[in-house]
Unconditional design. Structure first.
Length: 115
């Protein structure tokens, strides 16, 4: 797949304990993005954060949270991201979703070639 020089980054901020259909929400989002043919998705587990309720979630040993922040990032063409938004809206009950234009500098796959 080729991405244009300018694409859209969709960042979905949720919690580790968020579920969709009994499964971790971030897993469902990534699988659905793949199913819909988006260019790629990555999920990151944060070590600290807070959201709309202002409750701090942290990985510090004395305040170990079982609901650490999760960020799922998807980058693709604007029209493909727009087409994915209704699906995402049906999955995210709590969290933050942001969209921003980005400059794509490199997007390549080595087709299994060894160096």
């Amino acid at each position: 797949m080729h991405l244009p020089d300018t694409a859209v980054r969709l960042s979905i901020y949720t919690g580790e304990s968020d579920k969709h259909g009994g499964r971790p929400l971030h897993e469902v989002i990534v699988e659905e993005a793949r199913k819909q043919g988006l260019a790629g998705a990555t999920t990151l587990r944060a070590i600290m954060g807070f959201g709309a309720n202002s409750r701090v979630h942290t990985s510090k040993i004395l305040r170990l949270s079982e609901d650490l922040p999760i960020v799922t990032i998807i980058v693709d063409k604007a029209e493909r991201i727009e087409a994915f938004l209704p699906t995402l809206d049906g999955m995210v009950n709590e969290g933050l979703v942001v969209r921003e234009e980005v400059d794509v500098l490199v997007y390549r796959h080595n087709n299994g070639a060894k160096k």
